[in-house]
Design a protein around this ligand. Structure first.
Ligand SMILES: [Zn+2]
Length: 104
C-alpha cells in the first residue's frame, strides 16, 4: 500500500510510514457507507450496506421492501440514504485518499 501523505510504498497493514513517519489512518474508508457500483439494483444502497456489514444483499433488500410495504418509511429512508451515501470510487485503488485531504 501507499502512504497517503508521501506516496511511499509501505508494507500492507503498517500503522506508520517509515519515510515520513506519519501515522496511517485506521482504515477510514471502510467505515464509510458507500453506494455500490457493482451489483446494484436501484441506487446501490442495499448492495453498499451489504458490502459494509457483510450481510447478504437479499436480506437488506428484504428489509427495505418490508418496511416500504408495511411501514411506508422504507422508501423515504432508502431515498434519504441514496441522497446521503456517496457513490463508491470508480476504481478501488490500493490507497484511497485520506479523509482529511481537501477537494481542490
Ligand atoms: Zn509517508
Amino acid at each position: 500500500m501507499l502512504c497517503p501523505y508521501c506516496r511511499t510504498d509501505i508494507p500492507e497493514g503498517a500503522r506508520r510510514c517509515g519515510a515520513c513517519t506519519s501515522w496511517i489512518p485506521d482504515r477510514a474508508p471502510a467505515r464509510e457507507w458507500r453506494r455500490a457500483r457493482q451489483g446494484k439494483m436501484v441506487a446501490g444502497v442495499a448492495q453498499g450496506l451489504s458490502n459494509q456489514y457483510g450481510v447478504p444483499v437479499a436480506a437488506v433488500r428484504l428489509i427495505v421492501v418490508l418496511t416500504a410495504v408495511f411501514g411506508l418509511w422504507g422508501i423515504p429512508v432508502y431515498l434519504l440514504l441514496w441522497f446521503l451515501m456517496p457513490l463508491e470510487p470508480e476504481l478501488l485503488r490500493a490507497s484511497p485518499a485520506p479523509q482529511t485531504t481537501a477537494v481542490p
